[in-house]
Design a protein around this ligand. Structure first.
Ligand code: AMP
Length: 173
């Protein structure tokens, strides 16, 4: 499966100089979408994962499909103010300013071994904050998985303690 060719690149979105890797073309291709989920399931099915955590918003697409396939609970990490129940948050730094990721206080317990899912890792800031959030509520991060890694931005190095895994890379493109 040539997964890479199912991912569309849109230059200069959302701003000048960004090569936006668009997974809408991937999820509109059933074989490519199924391939992603199959690869992730095969990688993690015997690793003792107890819950899948998806990062807003494209992490929900892959995380939910994987959780359904593996028969595991699916837990949301969302941007500040979106979750209706009692939440815990972690702040993180963006290029300009800060942002906050939140999780429901009772979604994870100290006996959970979590697999964190997002569509893409760039600088790794979002997923690092998400892993810290999982730990803040007492659970363990077993691994993190992405469809796409941008190695030039060294995000996988930033989260090397959390067993990062990806399916495709776009380097210097
Ligand atoms: P970061 O925190 O820098 O690792 O950014 C990761 C988040 O931003 C992911 O949720 C991605 O969906 C999104 N993102 C960052 N860079 C890109 C890109 N070049 N193309 C598509 N999405 C991106």
């Amino acid at each position: 499966m040539d997964l890479k060719s199912s991912i569309r690149t849109i230059p200069n979105f959302p701003k000048e100089g960004i090569m936006f890797r668009d997974i809408t073309s991937l999820i509109e291709t059933p074989l490519a979408f199924a391939y992603c989920i199959d690869q992730m399931r095969e990688k993690f099915e015997s690793k003792g994962v107890t819950k899948i955590v998806g990062i807003e918003s494209r992490g929900f697409i892959f995380g939910a499909a994987l959780a359904k396939d593996m028969g595991l609970p699916f837990v949301l990490i969302r941007k500040k103010g979106k979750l209706p129940g009692e939440t815990v948050g972690v702040d993180y730094t963006l290029e300009y300013g800060t942002d906050t990721v939140e999780i429901h206080t009772n979604s994870l317990t100290s006996s959970d071994n979590v697999l964190v899912i997002d569509d893409l890792i760039a600088t790794g800031g979002t997923v690092l904050a998400s892993c810290q959030l999982v730990e803040k509520v007492g659970a363990k991060v077993l691994a993190c998985a992405f469809v796409i890694n941008l190695p030039d931005l060294k995000g996988m190095e930033k989260i090397s303690n959390y067993n990062p895994f990806c399916l495709v890379e776009f380097e210097g493109e």
